[in-house]
Design a protein around this ligand. Sequence first.
Ligand code: ADP
Ligand code: ZN
Length: 214
Amino acid sequence: MRLILLGAPGAGKGTVAKMLTDIDGSVQISTGDILRAAVKEGTELGKEAQGYMERGELVPDSLIMGIMEERLQQDDCKQGFLLDGFPRTIPQAEELDKLLDRLGITLDGVVNLNVPREVILDRLTTRRTCEDCGAIYNVKSNPPKVEGVCDKCGGKVVQRADETEEAISKRLDVFNEQTAPLVGYYEKKGMLWDINATSSDEVVKIIKEKLGIA
Ligand code: ADP
Ligand code: ZN
């Protein structure tokens, strides 16, 4: 499958993407995970991106497009991919259209995960992430078996630097201003699947139905 996952921070893009990769071997491509790995490794890209990320701002489009152009041409994408956290702005969406054209790739659809704001705020403040594999936990509803240790890879499970109350509120503002307009962009193209996303299991079920793999 080839899908874009749209939705506010905390809407469950990462969780849904991980559930979908298990179905047909499509890969999850999370620009957030790629950037966090670059910051951790201290690469050039990481150094450029770090400040923006900690403030809850978007990293410049040119950096992101460079990452994606390279990533989408890697072999594992042939099986399909789930774009998680990209595109994030109208210019990124326009550039992506051109890039997919050049690569001869067609998307199945664009999933919009709709979640009420209260649910989003609660999820983000209780969310924890594995530093190594990006697995997502929740201190209330889905803690790791051993506190602070990833069930899947043994990595350290932490609260992200941009999950302070201040950065969360900034990320939600940035989402409303810069990313929410993508819903209209893809709706006009007739590509949008608008899904009520309070339950990730339900979302996966609906996506499978739409893809005809139920
Ligand atoms: P979330 O969707 O939970 O806010 P992500 O992990 O997708 O978090 O992104 C974390 C941060 O990485 C963003 O706040 C932003 O600084 C940066 N980032 C990720 N993807 C993009 C993108 N497509 N364009 C610009 N910045 C991005
Ligand atoms: Zn892990």
